[in-house]
Design a protein around this ligand. Structure first.
Ligand SMILES: Cc1ncc(COP(=O)(O)O)c(C=O)c1O
Length: 408
């Protein structure tokens, strides 16, 4: 049966304390117990439905977590104060000293820095591989490997991971497949394709208004219980807890995610096709020229499209900077990192979100200086946006007016 994640969100029914249509916000850090025995049982993890202390769990965080678990089709979920606050405890929970991780080499710069510079301090080593080469992935697995890590659609190069095949490899070697699905909410449901753990930075599309930072880990009840364990849970002990007021506001934004993703995808698809036609080196999973276009199609929940992210290469960092400054001046979007906003956001990843990755490694993975990453906005008139963007490109000779006319 086809999985329909937006239906799962629509079907959630939460009542507020006084019959409100929104769940009440739990504005408390600590909770009372009618008996000392129940408090003891709760600490032991044996009192379902009782709250203890809001770093462990709170009603508001559970509401949001359950909504996100419904969206990803997992048993449950745990929300956190940021995407990194979801990624780092998962990896620390699954790995200890002497363990090894196989990770995609094209991942968010912060995750890369954590694996490259931070976890080695705990004697956890990572091999970074081309995740699209399944034989290379499998060959990198050692007897110490515990985790296979990737992003469904990678930041910033938009490489697409073959989650079904990676899940088979993970199963064969008794590893956990952990997938960061930040770039493709609703379009791709990694758990349905075999991933063990699905992570999001809620900061991006899911919240969608660039006013909050948040994260989530979606997985089995057993794994989420492990993360929250008062004695040994990495989420509980590292303490990256989301605030209840914030989780209530993210939950409200989640309800319109399907409409927003449709528009982001529609707009990005339109621009990618036009840019490619204009002769720009364009990467977008919806283009037939994308090496994983067919693979994306086999994995996607139809309807939500190929997402709101695209990249173009304008040849040099100077040109990229000039173009981004001009586009901001013309109010076509903001020169800013992050994604999923109603306005288009653009940045040059080589010198920003991926600057943690050393230059020679950037070059090896195809992350060129002139690459601009776009998170395409919800523009109501994308043709107008395109014409204005094209105008900027012509002014700066990124697109040659005359040559274009000759080609036409
Ligand atoms: C794919 C991906 N994962 C994780 C993160 C980290 O999320 P946060 O900034 O919410 O900690 C980001 C942030 O840019 C990201 O793009």
């Amino acid at each position: 049966m086809t999985f329909k994640p937006a239906n799962s969100i629509q079907d959630l029914q939460y009542f507020g304390e006084f019959g409100g249509v929104n769940p009440s916000i739990s504005d408390s850090s600590t909770y009372t117990f009618l008996s000392a025995k129940t408090m003891f049982d709760t600490f032991e993890g044996n009192a379902d439905g009782c709250y203890l202390y809001s770093r462990h769990s709170s009603p508001s965080n559970l509401y949001l977590g359950e909504a996100l678990a419904a969206m990803e089709g997992t048993e449950t979920a745990n929300v956190s104060a940021s995407g990194m606050g979801a990624i780092t405890p998962v990896l620390m929970q699954l790995c200890g000293a002497g363990d090894h991780i196989v990770s995609s080499r094209t991942i968010y710069g912060g995750t890369y820095a954590f694996l490259k510079n931070f976890t080695p301090r705990f004697n956890i080593e990572t091999s970074f591989v081309d995740i699209t080469k399944l034989d290379v992935v499998e060959a990198s697995i050692t007897k110490n490997t515990k985790v296979l890590f990737c992003e469904s659609v990678s930041n910033p190069l938009l490489e697409v991971a073959d989650i079904k095949s990676l899940a088979e490899i993970a199963k064969r070697h008794n590893l956990k497949l952990v997938v960061d699905n930040t770039f493709s909410p609703l379009s791709i449901s990694p758990a349905k394709l075999g991933a063990d753990v699905v992570i999001h930075s809620l900061t991006k599309f899911i919240n969608g208004s660039s006013d909050a930072v948040g994260g989530v880990v979606c997985g089995t009840q057993e794994f989420i219980n492990d993360l929250r364990d008062v004695n040994s849970g990495a989420s509980m002990l590292l303490g990256s807890t989301m605030d209840s007021l914030r989780s209530a506001s993210v939950l409200k934004n989640l309800r319109t995610l399907h409409i927003r993703m449709l528009q982001h995808s529609l707009n990005a698809n339109y621009l990618a096709k036009q840019f490619e036609k204009d002769g720009l080196k364009t990467v977008y999973p919806g283009l037939a020229s994308h090496p994983s276009h067919k693979l994306f199609k086999t994995m996607m929940n139809k309807k939500y499209g190929f997402g709101g992210m695209l990249t173009i290469d304008v040849g040099s960092l100077d040109k990229a900077n000039e173009l981004m400054e001009m586009m901001q001046e013309k109010n076509l979007g903001y020169l800013a990192v992050s994604l999923g906003f109603y306005k288009t956001l653009f940045s040059a990843p080589g010198s920003s979100t991926s600057s943690e990755i050393p230059e020679e490694e950037q070059e090896e993975m195809g992350l060129s200086d002139g690459l601009i990453r776009f998170s395409i906005g919800l523009d109501a008139d994308i043709e107008r946006t395109y014409q204005m963007m094209r105008g900027c490109m012509e002014t700066l000779n990124v697109l040659d007016k005359k040559q274009e006319a000759e080609l036409a």
